[in-house]
Design a protein around this ligand. Sequence first.
Ligand code: SF4
Length: 287
Amino acid sequence: MLGAAASLYVWALRDLPRDLREALAGALERETSVTGIRVLETIHRNVEVADTERNLVCQDTGIAVYYCRVGERFPLHPAGIERALKAGTERATVEHPLRSNTVHTLTRESTGANVGYRVPIVHWEFVPGWDGLDVKCVPKGSGSENMSFLKMLVPADGVNGIKRFVLESIVEAGGKPCPPGIVGIGIGGSADYALHLAKEAIARPIGTRNPDPLVAQLEDELYGLLNETGIGPMGLGGDVTVLQCHIEHADTHMTLNPVAVNYQCWAARRTSAHIGADGAVDYDRDF
Ligand code: SF4
């Protein structure tokens, strides 16, 4: 388990998922601005160099975020899984070695090898009757994480209010989150849950659509609108501002209408593995 966590983290930092590579290739085909094309070509060259030299895609190794889907009959308790994820992140950082980013939030002193109090960040989902474990690793760079937004709209703001806030947020972000990337949107629930959902949305395979047809329609609409802003690759102008727009939602209180935006940069790193009850690890699995 510890070894799997270490591998997932380093793998995520070195090797972009296939769906992201395809989305970046599609972006280069669609882009018409000369500057935008040049930026996208540089991104492609960056990925090529990382592949050939087996090096990191970006120097920012991010803050390690894990999503665990645990079967209730999986033999290792979640406390043990969390311990292994922390130890694996630390081992990967020391052995590779990787840049360590974690600091105490007040003193700003380093707290160790990409670990600290409540870091890495681990999210849980429990699956009744199952004996397996799915782990997804999403190292989150600060440039894009700093471009996170929350607004407690009122119900009267409706869907138009949601669209307006998303557009305003992405225009405000401009080139800071290293576009073109994935815009994750969380709607409904509570303030904290909307932000959680927005982060979950950026970690989905690119271009997947929400199973709720109304939400999927909003994803399509916002994807189109966001690409009409003209922000373009790295904010230098162009047709491709976002690679995708994903939305996760939850039902909410009748007087609430929270909306959260989380940006994921072009280096949308994501790896996953399935771990069986016998300890066998399958690194090809995605969720
Ligand atoms: S936002 Fe992404 S691409 Fe930009 S520096 Fe951070 S990790 Fe790298």
